[in-house]
Ligand binder design. Sequence first.
Ligand code: KE4
Length: 430
Amino acid sequence: MNISKSKAAFIEAVKHIPGGVNSPVRAFNSVGGNPLFIKKSLGSKVTDIDDNEYIDYVASWGPMILGHTHPDVVEALNRTAMNGTSYGAPTLMETEMADLICKMIPSIESVRMVNSGTEATMSALRLARGYTKRDLVIKFEGCYHGHGDSFLIKAGSGALTLGTPNSPGVTKGTASDTLTAVYNDLDSVLGLFNEYKDQIAAVILEPVTGNMGVIKPSDEFIQGVRKACTDNGTVLIFDEVMTGFRVAKGGAQEILGITPDLTTLGKIIGGGLPVGAYGGKKEIMDLLAPNGPVYQAGTLSGNPMAMAAGLTTLRLLDETPNFYEKLEEKAAFLVAGLQKNLDDLGFPGVINRVGSMFTLFFTKEKEVNNFSDVMKCDTDLFAKYFMMGLESGIYTAPSQFEAGFVSIAHSEVDLQETIDKSREALKQLL
Ligand code: KE4
């Protein structure tokens, strides 16, 4: 496979961009080689600057549930741009977006738009602290909530991939206000509530994880966390930046049957443009400026271009008959095929899937249910598998600690080709 133009582009990029990338997970540090420079995308495919085409499961790290370059999204952007790109004043689309989010996720009574998932989680935590007048937050090892200081403690995603789960630059004071518990271990949460009684402002978690690979919470764990928050007057924040509108129309909270107090959103709600949001109980959200004293602001929050792409995307998700049933069929078909590869070849591995997000863990463990299971993965083997996938035209996340995403644009041909090429790679790795 010729990737000479990407190699040359990377040499140029590193001259003025740290690591040659504007987000660390895009670097290929943990899998070797250098990142591919992408020049276009359509449907289930992306094409690099050497004109290699790939079946894409990165999906821009989640947003592209409709597939890339959906014509309705492109048309909405073109139409909006003709009237200007940003006003710094309210627009009707922002109200439509808020109304639609509140309709699709009933636990959200009021919602504020921001520009990234990081902004959403940072703001939600500040709001929870303002509402409870408490300082401490519980997060879970391996979960990633963006790069806000409070969350770069035992963080997942790129922080884990690159071996910096605790980032330098986070002050001792900030770090001391973040407590960490173990995902799917309710006792680790209850122990912290006992030790720090009445001091915990919030518990934040990925209700289905994606940033240490895909892990679903046990009913006992997630129900126990909800009860502990309720009993202690602690705000439960579901970070649904990845799972929101991904694992179900109403996000992970719909399939888990748990109502959080606040929800953070991102990725899909921008339709590929920079958007984040946080919302929940009106009683809590009304503390936000300009109504209340908790401050949060953003020059481009609710930006017309981002609203046009996001609103078009959400409307399609809300109105397309059987969208999630069709997406479920596609993802189930793919993962059944990948699982058959493992079974037929006797290849050690575990595949976790929730809706259209999945992870193939290279592990000899029989299950992957928590961070310590994830840490037993063979990341070297993953790196070889990743590179073989790339060479055969399959583009997946360059990290064992991420999720793959199936879009509605992935055809059965795409999925069967992926299964077949994955099988060939595993055969060579045996
Ligand atoms: P952003 O600030 O990257 O928009 O969102 C942060 C964030 C918050 N919460 C969850 C559950 C997330 O998954 C993310 C971002 N996810 C990573 C990939 N797993 C984004 C990719 C990247 O960092 O470039």
